[in-house]
Design a protein around this ligand. Structure first.
Ligand SMILES: [Ca+2]
Length: 358
């Protein structure tokens, strides 16, 4: 997966990824143009029916109503080469007074569910609150695009200009199949479901495959509803991180002083966000994490966040930092989510935030 600063994620593509100018326009629902070639729909229906054990004629019937969304094809393209990455700008977009207020309200309103998710999945409330805040501003921006239209467009007419067009198109064909299977099971209304331009839905902006694998009924009403139940979203986000290997109690990152340059710096940056170095390795190569990181015996990553033309920001990321990037494959996204959660934790009343720090 690409590590451009605002990438599409593998499993839960959502609005948070849309940071380039073109993608910001994605909040406006485009005017649909009708139809796809009948033969293409037939072939896609057969492929999906076979891959997802569904009835081909039923699938064909569902896809018959899909509309082509030409602008979605533009929005899935990566930001143009040379687009400056800027952590300070990115962070300020998400960590600002209105979102912090909404986060505080959300935490207080759902303190019980958040505490229960911490206990059941071992994932801190702050991370769950950070993710839902960055993804949808606590349910305020869940996306206006009909998911059937978006996924069918990307499954059949993916832009060949994308550097990984074949893989991405295959991904969206798979997600369309997952959507149909969720619909066939009665979990979503295929013809009405709305979400991001890339097909991510609900409070946590789960792709259909993530819904199928990780979504849980956390409010106990007998059904999974990521569109109308913030409590189901809370449990589902926690379950997602648990499934991707969240280690309870392990901090996500530490501050780090970087004196390295030249070849040692290249060595440190080469593994990107994959934790690779011991504390001693990092120190030897010229990047010294905060002393508290010594207590952690696992590997670390030197995570670079660029700041336009200014000095870059670095953190020493743990395995848990890497786990956060499984939600959206971007270190900028991960740090924004983590920092939003930490900022909110600091302002919610203590009785709501007494459980273990991450
Ligand atoms: Ca439920």
């Amino acid at each position: 997966m690409t590590h451009s600063p605002w990438p599409l994620r593998a499993l839960a593509i959502g609005l948070a990824a849309s940071f380039c100018g073109a993608a910001l326009a994605a909040n406006k629902a485009p005017t649909p143009t009708p139809a796809f070639a009948s033969a293409a729909l037939d072939a896609l229906s057969n492929e999906i029916a076979s891959a997802h054990t569904l009835d081909a004629s039923w699938v064909r019937q569902q896809l018959a109503g899909a509309r082509h969304l030409p602008r979605v094809r533009q929005w899935v393209l990566p930001a143009p080469a040379g687009t400056a990455k800027n952590w300070n700008v990115y962070r300020d977009r998400f960590i600002e007074p209105r979102r912090l207020q909404a986060a505080q309200r959300f935490w207080q309103q759902h303190a019980g569910a958040l505490a229960r998710a911490e206990q059941q999945y071992g994932v801190p409330a702050s991370l769950i609150v950070g993710v839902i805040g960055v993804e949808t501003f606590y349910g305020q921006h869940m996306g206006q695009h009909r998911v059937l239209d978006a996924l069918t467009t990307l499954a059949l007419d993916f832009p060949p200009a994308h550097p990984r067009a074949a893989a991405r198109q295959a991904f969206f064909r798979q997600e369309l199949g997952e959507l149909l299977r969720l619909g066939q099971q009665g979990q979503v209304d295929i013809q009405r479901l709305r979400g991001s331009y890339a097909g991510a839905v609900g409070w946590p902006q789960f792709m259909p495959s993530s819904w199928a694998k990780y979504a849980v009924d956390f409010d106990g009403d007998g059904r999974i509803d990521l569109l109308n139940s913030p409590v189901d979203a809370i449990g589902s986000v926690a379950h997602y991180f648990q499934a991707f290997g969240w280690q309870t109690g392990l901090p996500t990152h530490w501050s780090v002083t970087v004196r390295a340059s030249g070849e040692p710096l290249q060595t440190l940056l080469k593994p990107d966000i994959v934790p690779t170095f011991s504390f001693a390795d990092m120190e030897r190569l010229g990047a010294v994490p905060a002393p508290a990181a010594r207590e952690h015996s696992g590997p670390l990553a030197l995570v670079l966040l660029e700041n336009g033309g200014q000095a870059p920001h670095y953190v020493a990321g743990s395995q848990n930092f890497y786990v956060v990037t499984r939600y959206n494959w971007s270190s900028y996204y991960a740090l924004a989510v983590i920092e939003l959660g930490e900022r909110v934790r600091a302002i919610v009343p203590k009785e709501n935030a007494t459980l273990a720090r991450p």
